[in-house]
Design a binder for this molecule. Structure first.
Ligand SMILES: Cc1ncc(COP(=O)(O)O)c(C=O)c1O
Length: 395
């Protein structure tokens, strides 16, 4: 190395250690770098153009830690490839913009996460994309709407009423109409369902939730084919939103226990939903694991045998006040946004996230006054049952 000034050494004197590590570490290293060195300009250009393997820059040109997470996720979803984003919303935005352009029409489920609904209502129309909403449980309406559409979009298990989409029927309708099928598989996670088996070419995730699993980051992903991944990646190159390396490392660590967490969380959801369904102070329980749920049979066919998801919602008799009081009386579960983490989280939309929305509008979107969404964590199921029952006793 030429130049031995103090700061020159501080910047350059890393030796050759990094390049000469021979053994593979048990944990994928965090390549916490935004840029990479090239031996000459030709290599730089070749890597940028994809003519030579290598890394160039963090905003969608790849990073070994992010690559490792994408490989794991693609394997779990059964897709050829995946592209990782810095949030679920950036993943959803990218797949829509990759597939639809100004003047196109897209067909979307009317049962969607609020942020996705807002993207479709407020952002995509400003790009000149026409958004048509359909009832995903009316296959004839979906078939009528599909011809000529740039994409179809739905959620495997919808937020927050936990309805279950008939992915086989919807995937076949998209295939017949030649329309790319996109599904948000966040609530199910790849452990419960692989939508590619049902004809969905694009599977999006809020990786923030079950996959990362510890409520310590925000991330997203699109799982698709190797060739369609390129169009999705192009959007990240042009608009930003690629996953950073430290988040990728946390996701790699989190996803290792996805099966164990989902097994526990689904078991707790079933136990809690069954207990709540037997209570006089609870007017409804929305959980596909209950035989009374309108999509119980469908969920049994679609999801991993014996499991019906970890998310459920229920309605407390008496409306806004008792529901808010029930949440506040909990001691093990926390009141909070998000879901899919190790801690049990509950959310009462009418007194929190949706309190500014006009009452009639909120009710019309299925969020009744007493509705509470529950995301069981991995705590002991008996502790959660006792916590929920004692909070009901405090009403
Ligand atoms: C089903 C679903 N999809 C997408 C998102 C958006 O993901 P993110 O918050 O990671 O941007 C969420 C967030 O709550 C969600 O619940």
């Amino acid at each position: 190395m030429s130049g031995d000034g103090f700061t020159t050494r501080a910047v350059h004197a890393t030796g050759e250690g990094l390049a000469s590590v021979r053994q593979a570490p048990a944990s994928v290293p965090i390549y916490q770098t935004s840029t990479w060195r090239f031996s000459d300009g030709d290599e730089f250009v070749d890597v940028l153009n994809g003519a030579r393997a290598g890394y160039a820059y963090g905003r969608g040109y790849g990073n070994p830690t992010v690559d490792a997470f994408e490989s794991v996720l693609a394997s779990l979803e059964g897709t050829e490839a995946a592209f990782a984003f810095s949030s679920g919303m950036s993943a959803i935005h990218a797949v829509c913009v990759a597939l639809a352009k100004s003047g196109d029409r897209i067909v979307v489920s009317r049962e969607l996460y609020g942020g996705t609904y807002s993207l479709f209502k407020s952002v995509l129309p400003r790009y000149g994309i026409v958004v048509e909403t359909v009832d995903p449980h009316d296959p004839e309406a979906v078939r009528r709407a599909l011809p000529g559409a740039a994409l179809f979009y739905c959620e495997t298990i919808a937020n927050p009423l936990c309805t279950v989409a008939d992915l086989a029927v919807l995937g076949a309708a998209c295939r017949d109409a030649g329309v790319p099928a996109v599904v948000d598989n966040t609530f199910a996670s790849p452990y419960l369902c692989n939508p590619v088996d049902h004809g969905f070419g694009y599977v999006v995730h809020s990786v923030t939730k079950m996959i990362a699993g510890h409520s310590d980051l925000v991330a997203g992903a699109v799982c698709c084919t190797a060739s369609t991944r390129d169009a999705v990646r192009r959007v990240a190159l042009d608009t930003g939103g690629a996953m950073p390396p430290f988040e990728a490392w946390l996701c790699l660590r989190g996803v290792e226990t996805l099966e164990l967490r989902m097994e526990r969380m689904c078991a707790s959801a079933m136990a809690l939903a069954e207990m709540l369904a037997g209570r006089p102070d609870v007017s409804a329980v929305h959980y596909p694991g209950l035989e009374a749920h309108p999509h119980h049979e469908r969920a049994a066919k679609l999801l991993r045998p014996g499991l019906f998801g970890s998310m459920f919602s229920f309605e407390i008799e008496g409306g806004v006040e008792p529901a808010a009081r029930w949440c506040e009386a909990l001691e093990v579960a926390w009141i909070g946004a998000s879901l899919g983490g190790t801690h049990t989280l509950v959310c009462h939309p009418a007194s929190t996230t949706h309190r500014q929305i006009a009452v009639e509008e909120r009710r019309a979107s299925g969020l009744s006054d007493g509705l509470i969404r529950v995301s069981p964590g991995i705590e002991n199921t008996l502790d959660l049952l006792a916590d929920f029952e004692s909070a009901l006793g405090a009403l």
